[in-house]
Design a binder for this molecule. Structure first.
Ligand code: FNR
Length: 383
C-alpha cells in the first residue's frame, strides 16, 4: 500500500527518507565533499535534447537487448551497492531476485553482508563486483571463489584507490562499521518499521550481519569498530594486477569507474570485455566530469569492440535513451533501487523496474523507434 502513490523512481526517495534512520538514508543519498559530482551527474541530462521522428509505425516496440551473448529484457540493470542488507531485509537477495524475475542484470556488491554464493544461487544471472587489493594471493583467492560460485561476469571497481571524504556520513553519525551511540538508538526508536522489519528481523534470523565478500573487511561484523582500517592501504591495484586478473578470470571482465578515454583504451588493450563509465554516483572524487559527458569520447575510442556501459544519476527512461543514443550498450541505476528495496522489498524493486521499463517503452514510441539499436545520436542535440 505504501507503493500506491509511487509514479516515478524519484518518488521512492521521499518514502525511504521517512522509513530509514537518518544516518542510513544519508549513506545512500550522499556523495562526497561539496556534492559537485553528484549535481553534475543530474545536470548532464538537461544538456541534451531530443529531435524525435514522427509518423513511423511504432506500435510494436521492444526494449530487449543482447549483452555478453545473453538476452536482457531491458538495457538497464541494478548497480552494485554495499551493505544493502542493512537498508532492506536481505537487501542483496531482494535486489537480485527482483532483477532475475524482470530479466534484467543485477551487480552484487563486494562490500555485501550476504555471501556471494547465496546470491548467485537465488539469482543465477547476477554479476559480481569486486574491490581488489594489489596482492596477488588475495586477488587469486577471490577470483577463484567467484568462479566456483559460477558467476559469469566480474566487475572490477577501480575508482576507489582510497576512501572518499564523505563528510555527510560523519555529520549524520554513519560509519562502517556502525558505532552504537545514543543518537543511533534514538534513530532506531523513531523509525520502528525499519528497526523491527529490517534490523531486528535480520539479527533474529541470521545473527549480527558480517561483511562476507570484501578482502578488506571479510568476517567483520557491521556493528564493531575499526574493520575498515585495511581499506585504501593495501588497495594499490595497478594495470599489471589487472592483467593478472584477466589471465585468471575466464568469464566476462568489466572495469567500473572509467572516465578517461585513455584508461578505456588501456582496459580494452589489456583484455576487458566491457567498461562502466562511472564516477561512483558522485561518491568518490568530487568535481568529476559527469559520466554522460565523458561517454562520447570513450565510445569513439573503444565502443566499436567493447561493451561501453554507464551509470550515475539515471532516473528516467529519457535519461537511459540519451546514453544509449550516444553509444552506451547498457545503463546501471543505483540509489532508486535501494530505496525501493528499503520501502517495498522485492515488490518495491519490481515496481521500480517496471516504472523505468514503461517509461523506456513510451519514450521509444515518442521518438519513433521500435528497437533499442535504432537509438542513435541523430535523435538528439547536445548543447
Ligand atoms: C554505491 N556504489 C558502489 N559501487 C561499487 O562498485 N561497489 C559498491 O559496493 C558500491 N556501493 C554503493 C553503495 C551505495 C549506497 C551507493 C548509492 C552506491 C556506486 C554504484 O555502484 C553506482 O556507481 C552509483 O550508485 C550510480 O549512481 P546512481 O544511480 O546512484 O546515481
Amino acid at each position: 500500500h505504501r507503493l500506491r502513490g509511487v509514479l516515478s523512481l524519484d518518488d521512492f526517495e521521499g518514502l525511504a527518507k521517512r522509513h530509514l534512520p537518518k544516518p542510513l538514508f544519508g549513506y545512500i543519498a550522499g556523495a562526497s565533499e561539496t556534492n559537485a559530482s553528484l549535481k553534475m551527474n543530474a545536470d548532464a541530462f538537461r544538456g541534451m535534447t531530443f529531435q524525435p521522428r514522427v509518423l513511423r509505425n511504432t506500435s510494436s516496440r521492444s526494449t530487449q537487448t543482447t549483452l555478453f551473448g545473453e538476452e536482457w529484457n531491458s538495457p538497464f540493470g541494478i548497480a552494485p551497492m554495499g551493505i544493502s542488507a542493512l537498508m532492506a531485509y536481505r537487501g542483496d537477495i531482494v535486489l537480485a531476485k527482483a532483477a532475475q524475475d524482470a530479466g534484467i542484470a543485477m551487480v552484487m556488491s563486494g562490500s555485501s553482508l550476504i555471501r556471494l554464493e547465496e546470491i548467485v544461487e537465488a539469482a543465477p544471472r547476477s554479476w559480481f563486483q569486486a574491490y581488489l587489493p594489489g596482492e596477488p594471493d588475495r586477488i587469486d583467492a577471490l577470483i577463484d571463489r567467484v568462479a566456483s560460485a559460477a558467476y559469469k561476469t566480474l566487475v572490477l571497481t577501480v575508482d576507489t584507490p582510497v576512501l572518499a571524504n564523505r563528510e555527510n556520513n560523519i555529520r549524520a553519525g554513519f560509519s562502517t562499521p556502525l558505532r552504537p551511540s545514543v543518537r543511533l538508538v534514538w534513530q532506531g526508536l523513531t523509525h520502528p518499521a525499519w528497526t523491527i522489519g529490517t534490523f531486528a528481523r535480520t539479527i533474529l534470523n541470521h545473527g549480527i550481519p558480517h561483511f562476507e565478500n570484501s578482502y578488506a573487511t571479510r568476517g567483520a561484523p557491521i556493528i564493531a569498530s575499526n574493520v575498515m582500517r585495511d581499506f585504501g592501504k593495501k588497495d594499490h591495484l595497478s594495470w599489471e594486477h589487472f592483467s593478472r586478473i584477466r589471465q585468471r578470470w575466464n568469464g566476462n571482465l568489466v572495469v567500473k569507474g572509467i572516465l578517461h578515454p585513455e584508461d578505456a583504451a588501456i582496459a580494452v588493450q589489456r583484455g576487458a570485455d566491457g567498461i562502466i563509465v562511472s564516477n561512483h554516483g558522485g561518491r568518490q572524487l568530487d568535481g568529476t566530469i559527469a559520466p554522460l559527458k565523458a561517454l562520447p569520447a570513450i565510445v569513439d575510442k573503444v565502443g566499436f569492440k567493447t561493451a561501453v556501459m554507464i551509470d550515475g544519476g539515471f532516473r528516467r527512461g529519457t535519461d537511459i535513451v540519451k546514453a544509449l543514443a550516444l553509444g552506451a550498450k547498457f545503463v546501471f541505476v543505483g540509489r532508486p533501487f535501494l530505496y525501493a528495496a528499503a520501502v517495498g522489498g522485492q515488490a518495491g524493486v519490481a515496481k521500480a523496474v517496471s516504472i523505468l521499463s514503461d517509461e523506456l517503452h513510451r519514450n521509444m514510441g515518442l521518438l519513433g523507434v521500435t528497437e533499442i539499436n535504432e537509438l542513435s545520436s541523430l535523435l538528439i542535440q547536445r548543447r
